[in-house]
Every structure is written in C-alpha cells, then in structure tokens.
Design a protein around this ligand. Sequence first.
Ligand code: C2E
Ligand code: CA
Ligand code: CA
Length: 545
Amino acid sequence: MDANTNREKLKNMILSGKTYFYIDYAYGTWYVDGANAPQFMISDEYNPVEAIQKSGAVYDDDITLFESFAQNVSSGRLGANVNSICFRVKSDVSEPTWYRLNVRIADAFMAVGDIDKMTEREIMDHSILDYYTNDRQPKIYAGIIEKRLEEDIENDYAFIQFDIKNFKLINDKYGEPVGTELLNYINDTLRIYCTDRQIYSRLSSDIFMVVTPYSSPDEIEHFIRGLEKRMSGYKGIKYDFAFGVYYVFDRKLSSRIMGDSAGIARSVVKGNVLENIGYYNDSLKTSLKHRKEIEDSMYPALENGEFVMYLQAKYSISDNVIIGAEALVRWDHPTKGLIPPGDFIPVFERDGFIIKLDYYIWECACKQLRKWLDLGYEPVPISVNVSRLHLKSSEFIDSIEGLVEKYDMPKHLLELEITETIENINANEMVQEAKKHGFTLLMDDFGSGYSSLNTLKSTPFDVLKIDRSFLSSFMESDRGQKIISHTISMSQDIGLDLIAEGVETKEQAEFLYGCGCNAAQGFYYSKPVPVRDFEKLMSNQYAAI
Ligand code: C2E
Ligand code: CA
Ligand code: CA
C-alpha cells in the first residue's frame, strides 16, 4: 500500500472516532488500529505525529503546535507520562472537530498511544488550561455556548464573568509564579465546581467566564457565592473577586456580545469595595460613561477647591434653637454647576476616592470650628460623614486625631456619623476604636435597613439618627407611628440620644417631640446651606436671645 493511501486511511480513521496505535522503534513502523477498522501499518514515517500532520487532517492553525510536538516525539524527549496535544481536524462538513493525541513511551523500543475525539467537557478543560497558545480558544468556546443556547431552550441562561481584583498586586507582592499558581488553582476549582450544566472558560490571564442555566436570580447568586468561597484563600493570600452577570433574554445575540455585557457589569463593580457582583442592564453603559467623566475630573476638582462644605442645622424642637450642624459636601462644578452628593459619592465609594474627599470635608469642618473659636464664638458641634470604607482600617482614626490636634480643638465639637452594618464585624471594631478615642458617634440612617434594633444591644454609638425614609413612611399609618414612638422610648431606656432627620413638617416635629425625641434636622428647619448662610442663621439666633 502506498503512503498516500495510508495517510488517507489514517485521516478517515481519526475522523471516525477512536484510534489506537503503537510504534515499533526498532523497525521504524507503527501500527494503527481503529475501533471498527482493521489494523494497518505505516512504515514510511518515523513518528505518528508527523504522519498525522502529513495526512492532511490537521487544521492549519495547529500545524506549529504539531511540529514542536513531533520533534519531541522523534527526539525521544517524551517522558514516561502521557504526552498529549489537542488539535483540530479539518472536516468538510462543519466546524473543525477537536481531537486529542496521547503518546506514551513504553520502553526503548515501543511507544503506545491513541487519538480520541474530545468531549465538550474536555474541550473546555483544555481551553481553560491552554489559553496562552490559542487565540482560537474564544472561538471554540463561542461555538459551544451558541450550540447550547440553541439546543437547550428549556432553560434560562446567564453569563457570569469574573476576575481577581488587583491581580497585578498579587504578582507584585508574591511573585509571578505564585500568581500563576493562584490562577491554576482557580482553573482547578472551576473544573471541580462546575457540572456538565455549566460551560466555563478562561478568557485571558485572570478573566474567567461561566455560562450557566438558572431558574432564579437567587440561584445565580448562590452559585457565585459558592464558587467564590471555594476560590478564595489560596495559601492564605487575601484577594477579592469582581463578578458580572448578564441574563440572556435574546438568544439570537452573539455569545460575544453577551459575554461583553457580563464584562461591563463586572467592570462596574471592579473598583467597588462594598459590592462584588454587578448585573448588566442597558443603563449601565450610560452610567459607565458618567462614572468615567467623574473619575477623570475628581483629582483636579479636589485641587481646585470645587468640593464645598455645606452645613445643615440641627435643632432642638422644644427651644427652636440650633444645637449642631451636619457637614454635607457639594461639588461646585465649573460647567455643570452644583452637583448633589448622590451623583458622585457612590462613584467615589467604588473607587476609594471617598477617603480623600471625606478627609477634605473633615478638615473643612475643623478649620471652620477653629475659626469660630478664634472669633470668640461658642460653636455648636459639627458632625461629619464617615464613609463605610474608612472602617476597613484604623487609619481613619489616626487622620481624625491628627486633624483635632492640628486645629487644637475640643474633641466633642467634631462628631462622627457612621452608617453601621451588622454584618461587618471589622466595622464594629473600628467604631469601638473611635469610641475609645472619645469621639461622639452618631448612627446614621437608623431604620433604613442596614441597622436594626438588634445592633442597639451593645452599641458604642451615642446617638441614633432616625432615617428620613423611616420617618416619612411610618408617619403615614397608625402602626408606623407606634413603631417610631416605641423605638424612641426604647432607645431612651438604653441611654441613647436621638435625632430625627428629614423632618419636613411641623406635624412631624410635634409628633417626634410628643414621643420624647427633641432633636431634629430637616427642611422644615433649614436646608443644607453654605457656611456663610449658616453663620447668618446662628447670628440671628444670638440676636434673638
Ligand atoms: P445623609 O448623611 O443621610 O445626609 C442627609 C441627607 O438628607 C442630605 O442629602 C440632606 O440634604 C438630606 N435632607 C436633610 N433634610 C431633609 C429633608 O427634610 N427632606 C429631604 N428630602 N432631604 C433632607 P445630601 O446632602 O444630598 O447628601 C446625601 C448623602 O450623601 C448623605 O446622606 C450622605 O450619605 C452622603 N454625603 C454627603 N456629604 C458627604 C460627605 O462629606 N462624606 C460622605 N462620606 N458622604 C456624604
Ligand atoms: Ca449623615
Ligand atoms: Ca442620614
């Protein structure tokens, strides 16, 4: 039989499914055996890899991969373990099909091996490990996904893309080999955690994607949290993940677009320290643009003094006098005008800039208090907002202490408003720490969902700030009013002071007073105003006395 016939035969055998072979080095021949085909012998090529390559079965893109493998085989550089490569075989009818070639050197005279068609699962495993060599990999991945979405119409599907936040830092800190180990650990975890229902892949060095059926959004979150738990804590290293989720609603979109959408959702939470799962929706695209604009201009804005401290007075309900103020930031933008904090604080909380901005506002407050003291006034305390981000490290206490010292002012004049979360034990520690340092602590947004009566049992806080949503929604019903009045009397029982925020009407103020809460902040009394206007309010008050 001539060589060409054998090559043709070989190609057909590969295409038909499983192929076994063994090589007799002594005679320079190898024997091929298919599941259904009779054994035949190839003697004109020394190694099977070369023979397969010459059979014309190998896909053009994979030829180089094949060449280096062939060299290893013929130079005897293969080890006793199974050596394998994955390659695609040309087929006239459809997309190229994936095969794996395994060769094992049995002894000095013989090698054995097989060629096998890869299962979908094997292709995923391969692609996840071998992304370096293949830009073709996303293509096969896309093929698998699209096929699945087309065939499995019974299930809803979601794309989950994730990466390690600040992966570069891990490489810098522990060295690249450890970084690579970590990524392999994630590969392994994915392979174990995902069942045949999921399709997973590594898209680039530290970006991974899982496509999974789901029956409820809760199920997706559950899946993510489970995966996250297993992927975390490799060798005790601390790192976080950012997840982006895209729910498939139109299966006709290309898998690429759907994957990119999950990527957009991921990038939104990437810099966010408080949340790490983002969900895609159309407005995300716009908000990303908005966020970029803000982030591009925040540093110059801080330097140019565009952030301004406004003060909102706090009143004693019974005496109708100012007993304090809250510092609230405004962005006095050169072209956009006065921007309210709701438009930029969430962005800053994600990217961490809030730490700088808060510090700036705290300093404004201290400067102002110092100024009033120097002028011989008896200033009321100013409360400043402390973003939850500060509670991750004790640095914030050092910086506040630093300010108090720098402006040489009594500590009780600077109060701290903190929104407490029960889940965050660390935060609690920092709050305790601040308490030890002698600061007056206000629990902000009490009743808005984060905090609860539970947190009051052993709280380091001095004052509860009843959230305005709590007030407005509860005021509308009898039952709500009862809840407010009981909350007030209960907090008094355990020795906590109270202030209600968002007081907009006289009725609300009277109701609160009737329940025993004598401090209020809200539009009924005054809106947040520039420092100058606040000083006017104060001087009117003095004039009236
Ligand atoms: P917050 O700490 O709960 O501040 C109270 C918010 O309620 C302020 O909104 C204030 O203008 C508004 N408000 C006060 N009284 C009333 C009222 O009677 N009715 C209504 N409808 N609203 C009232 P603002 O100034 O827009 O601030 C929004 C949020 O932004 C603040 O909520 C706070 O969480 C954050 N924020 C503002 N300044 C800073 C800051 O310097 N640092 C940090 N970390 N967050 C800040
Ligand atoms: Ca506040
Ligand atoms: Ca509040």
